[in-house]
Each structure stands twice: as structure tokens, then as C-alpha cells.
Design a protein around this ligand. Structure first.
Ligand SMILES: Nc1ncnc2c1ncn2[C@@H]1O[C@H](COP(=O)(O)OP(=O)(O)OP(=O)(O)O)[C@@H](O)[C@H]1O
Length: 266
């Protein structure tokens, strides 16, 4: 397999719906910190993009701009054909953090359907959707359980289920598996790819410090430089899906990990 690093601005999106576009995007915080500089990126429908880079290089800042939580100070951004804020208002983007942020006093079905309760959706419809997403993450038998009765990996699955409840077109995940042990982490990687393949058109943007994880999950890996963060390389991972342990132990996998690690160092 020929491995390559892509020209960042030239990714061919012909025939795919463009979901996220960053044109020379920059972010300078009010205290003068230049967090992101001249970031250019296009993400299409159904892609899985992982972002890797040293701590403080602006990965979370890029995600916060894509979700409209903070605005860019330079350049233009478009998310689902509109502004990031509008896309969030239409419930087309969803976010999963490393911390599970579940309500401790209420059960799983209430936790995952919270976004629908806030929108006034009927209980019957909420529960039908809640069961759908809990089944997707393999927790249908735990509907009435409380978060404290679950392991760390299970809590993360609940967070993913809650993010999926609104059927988002764009799912952003900021180091979701960083606090998990290696075996649980690999299981959740497998499950996430399963969910992503079922949802078909959902695009996932994923931050990780783990190069192995980035290569395993992604259609492309986005490499960032130390602060001020720039997108230095984009590496297509051209291994077929579904992926599993055979890919993890393949020569191609090792070569991709080497390629991404090399880009991180230069
Ligand atoms: N609200 C803020 N005000 C000022 N500076 C900020 C703010 N948020 C982040 N920064 C700074 O911007 C830079 C980029 O931060 P960001 O959290 O985006 O990086 P990151 O790549 O996600 O880091 P990590 O991998 O450690 O999570 C850092 O130097 C950080 O200290």
C-alpha cells in the first residue's frame, strides 16, 4: 500500500457533501495567546478524522470553534453549510468529552434522553429514542441503572449514546477514551467504528494523543504543530473497513503509525 501525506488544501471532495470547511482560520485569545494559525481543512460526509498534536497546540480550540462555543478571530468557517452556531442550534452537531458528565441522581434512560427532554419531546418518543441509542452502545439491559453502578467504559458508552440521541450529522469527540485502560479502550474503538458504520453519513472528528488510536479509527489523520497550532499534515489511512485486531497487528498499521509519528516530530 502506497502511504502518503496529503496536500492539506487539495483533498478531493468531489461527489461528497462538505460538512466542515476551515479557510485560514486563526484564534487569538483575549490574553494574546495565539492558539491556532492559518488552519485549512475540509471534512466531508461520512469521514472519520482524528486530530493529533502536542499538548496545547489548539486541538480543543478548533473543536470549540467548529461547535460555535467560541468564534475564530481570523479566516472563515462553515459547518453543514452554515455558521457553527447555527449548526449547533439545529442540533446537527454533538460533543463527547473525556469526562462523562452524566447526572448521578438519575438513571440511564433519563440521562441519554436529557437533550430531548430539554426540547419538550414526549416521554413515549424520548424512551423509544433512548432505547435505540442504548442498544447501539450495548447497554439496553441497563436502562434503569444509575451512573454509579457502571464502569468507566460503560459511562463513556452512555455519553456516546446521549450524543447520538439527536442523530447528529457531525460528532466531535475530545479525547473520549483517554482515561480508560487499554483493553476497554480497544473495545470502545471497535464499538465506535461499528456505530459509525451503521450511521453511514455521520462524520466524526476525534481528538487523541494516541497515534495508534488515530490510525486505527480514521479515514484521515490531521497532524498539528506545537503552538501556535497549525495543521501541518493530513494523512489518509487507506485501510478498508471494517477494521479489527487483524488491522491492529498488520504491517500496514505499523507503517501508518510510523508515518504519523514521523510527521509529529518534524
Ligand atoms: N480561554 C482561553 N484563554 C486563553 N488561552 C487559552 C484559552 N483556552 C485555551 N487557551 C490556550 O490556547 C492554547 C491551545 O489550547 P487548546 O486547549 O486548544 O490545546 P489542545 O491542543 O487541545 O491541548 P491539550 O492536548 O493539552 O488538551 C494553549 O496554550 C492554551 O493554554
Amino acid at each position: 500500500m502506497a502511504m502518503r501525506v496529503e496536500e492539506i488544501t487539495s483533498h478531493d471532495m468531489t461527489g461528497t457533501q462538505l460538512l466542515v470547511e476551515l479557510n485560514n482560520v486563526g484564534k487569538v485569545y483575549p490574553n494574546g495567546t495565539v492558539a491556532v494559525q492559518n488552519a485549512n481543512l475540509k471534512a466531508g460526509e461520512g469521514e472519520f478524522l482524528s486530530f493529533v498534536g502536542p499538548s496545547g497546540c489548539g486541538k480543543s480550540t478548533i473543536f470549540n470553534m467548529i461547535t460555535g462555543l467560541t468564534g475564530p478571530t481570523h479566516g472563515q468557517m462553515s459547518v453543514l453549510g452554515t455558521t457553527p452556531k447555527q449548526a449547533r442550534k439545529h442540533n446537527e452537531t454533538a460533543f463527547v468529552f473525556q469526562e462523562h458528565t452524566l447526572l448521578p441522581w438519575t438513571n440511564l434512560i433519563e440521562n441519554v434522553t436529557l437533550p430531548l427532554s430539554l426540547r419538550g419531546v414526549s416521554k413515549k418518543q424520548r424512551y423509544a429514542e433512548g432505547e435505540r441509542v442504548l442498544e447501539l452502545v450495548g447497554l439496553k439491559d441497563y436502562i434503569k441503572s444509575l451512573p454509579r453502578q457502571l464502569s468507566g467504559g460503560m459511562k463513556m458508552r452512555v455519553s456516546i449514546a446521549r450524543a447520538l440521541i439527536s442523530r447528529p450529522k457531525l460528532l466531535l469527540m475530545d479525547e473520549p477514551f483517554g482515561a480508560l485502560d487499554e483493553i476497554t479502550r480497544q473495545t470502545l474503538q471497535d464499538e465506535l467504528l461499528n456505530i459509525w458504520s451503521k450511521e453511514k453519513t455521520m462524520t466524526v472528528l476525534f481528538i487523541t494523543h494516541n497515534v495508534f488510536e488515530a490510525v486505527f479509527l480514521s479515514t484521515r489523520v490531521v497532524v498539528m504543530t506545537p503552538r501556535p497550532g497549525k495543521i501541518s499534515d493530513v494523512i489518509p489511512i487507506e485501510a478498508p473497513f471494517p477494521r479489527g485486531d487483524a488491522f491492529r497487528s498488520s504491517n500496514d498499521f505499523g507503517e501508518y503509525v510510523g508515518l504519523v509519528s514521523g510527521c509529529l516530530k518534524h
